[in-house]
Design a protein around this ligand. Sequence first.
Ligand SMILES: C[S@@+](CC[C@H](N)C(=O)[O-])C[C@H]1O[C@@H](n2cnc3c(N)ncnc32)[C@H](O)[C@@H]1O
Length: 368
Amino acid sequence: MCSIAPPPPTGAERADALLERIFSSVLATFDIYAISLGDRLGYYRALQQHGPQNAAGLAVLTGTNQRYTREWLEQQATTGILDVAASAESDDERVYALSPEFWPVLTEAGNPSYGVPMARLATGAAAPFDLLVEAFRSGAGVPYEDYGIDLLEGQGEMNRPQFQHFLGSWVTAMPDVERVLNDASRPARIADIGMGTGWSSIALAKAFPHAIVDGYDLDEASVVAANRNAAAEGVADRVTFHHRDAGDSDLAGKYDLATAFECIHDMWDPVSVLGSMRRLVGPRGTVLVMDERVADQFGAIGDDVERFMYGFSFLHCLPVGMVKRPSAGTGTVMRSSTFKRYATEAGFANVDILPIENDFFNFYRLTP
Ligand SMILES: C[S@@+](CC[C@H](N)C(=O)[O-])C[C@H]1O[C@@H](n2cnc3c(N)ncnc32)[C@H](O)[C@@H]1O
């Protein structure tokens, strides 16, 4: 049977398709902002804990304004995230519910299905939009602190379930390192570079109960949040966070393992930071870097992971990496060849990609 290929779309059809794509993207963007707002204001958690509410009830529970709350509830029901539990004569009396099926996605921090951090990360990445426009013109950077709390907490909470559930098993891909970290006769020391809100350091301390972890991060607000998280998780006695530039040549210490989770591509001087990590572990130690798993080379049209990475790159990762000069200007889409070049320039003899299955990350083991 022979089939006839459809004619290629005309220019006008392609323009129409783009217009439709912009319209659906705007709808999706509004969902992202509403989810971030629902999380920041505690709306989802209140609906989970106290059951269905009208606008007045939810406003009282969350200390928010009733009129604004009603608008958010109506938007959420219109877009299919909340259910209308009881209709009413007036908009103010209509009652809304959050279905228990959505709790893991909207209220359960640390659950592998928790989707709020992705929304908050996207909200935060666009927060300093005017500064970004100016940066594109001038070539300057946009400082990390200008991205605010949604970016900071969104980043931390997005990786937290992966660290909590899998970090211990990632280390088992390096049996010699696992043995050192489990050695009860001599507490192993770990330096966790660019630890952000600290969830990787906390997960390491929990997976290896004899280990002592030092986290180093350039962002003061992240260090404050990391200290709070370590105390809440009961590991503050073995986990200490330092407000430092990890690229400083005077960063000193003696560690068995130095880690850097999803941060090397954000750095203006990744070679200096990798050089510090090499110095911190000495000739017998190990460096483990987790960073984006992207295609080996640029390709249009890219897959969803590539599109995801480029989105965060132009909004956030490239601009934060351009704050100081000279800058490597890496961006989120750090291809493995780029990373290997940085590692070689930092003096590492070997760069191995560990056999760990993950859709988003590569795991590089570096040896001096
Ligand atoms: C994308 S966040 C990753 C945070 C954390 N590792 C995670 O996986 O959630 C990048 C982090 O690297 C930190 N950072 C960037 N450059 C740094 C440097 N030179 N020294 C120390 N930390 C740095 C930033 O402050 C930020 O907290």
